[in-house]
Design a protein around this ligand. Structure first.
Ligand code: SF4
Length: 241
């Protein structure tokens, strides 16, 4: 099933949500959350995946995932590959290729730090994701707070994804108070295409990678509304998820 020396069918690679109505727009999907991430966002809720604490979730192997996709191909039409950061996983390409062979539409969730890998996928028909969602976590001047020093890569990825048709892309931002205020909203909006689907989400403390973030109080409803309304004045497709 696999011919790349870096990958093996039976080792744990991530966690699988077998049926999801929320991870792939307009599709019933299965969502795979791959282990490992190159960033360390302090508010990250997926710390078990990022740090590889497999004991804390039911890990699946590549073979488990493909077997699941084979069994469910008549009832599920979408396959989401998320993380962690899927672009660092040697399993990404084989997963996309196999899912496409089985007839699935593939959605890729990315943090945008690997524009060259995105370009490589998009230029190969068998590996080209049918939908890409990119997290634009804050304005470029604050990305170093997430452990990212190559902000030019974020900018490049946003440009690459902006060139996809509207119905094949999404931009996402979590409204974490220290990272996203009114000024950051305006700066992020300036990076996005006018016709972007920009999905904003409230910050939920409780299981953050950096425990000090669990003490951060999320925006109130009225503060959130102000941020979302400001986003909408620049990007009509901004929406609170
Ligand atoms: S929020 Fe996403 S990009 Fe950031 S550390 Fe967590 S998995 Fe990685």
């Amino acid at each position: 099933m696999l011919n790349n020396n870096e990958v093996q069918g039976t080792v744990p690679i991530g966690a699988l949500v077998k049926t999801s109505l929320v991870d792939f727009p307009k599709k019933v999907s299965s969502a795979l959350f791959l282990y490992g991430c190159n960033l360390r966002c302090p508010y990250c809720y997926n710390k078990d995946l990022v740090t590889g604490s497999f004991a804390d979730f039911d890990a699946v192997s590549f073979d488990d995932v493909i077997s699941h996709l084979q069994k469910r191909k008549n009832v599920i039409s979408g396959f989401v590959i998320s993380g962690g950061e899927p672009c660092i996983s040697p399993y990404l390409k084989p997963l996309i290729a196999q899912a496409h062979e089985l007839g699935y539409a593939v959605k890729l969730d990315t943090n945008g730090t690997f524009p060259d890998k995105l370009s490589g996928l998009l230029s190969d028909k068998s590996l080209c994701p049918d939908f890409i969602a990119i997290d634009v976590k804050t304005s470029l001047d604050k990305y170093q707070l997430l452990g990212c020093n190559a902000v030019e890569n974020i900018e490049k990825s946003i440009k690459i994804i902006s060139e996809l048709p509207t119905e094949r892309r999404e931009f996402r931002t979590v409204l974490v108070p220290p990272l996203v205020d009114m000024d950051n909203i305006k700066k992020i909006a300036a990076l996005l295409p006018e016709d972007a689907s920009w999905q904003l989400a409230n910050f939920k403390p409780g299981n953050c990678l950096d425990e000090s973030y669990n003490k951060i109080i999320p925006y109130t409803q009225s503060q959130t509304e102000k941020l979302v309304n400001s986003a909408k004045t620049i990007i009509k497709g901004a929406n609170l998820r």
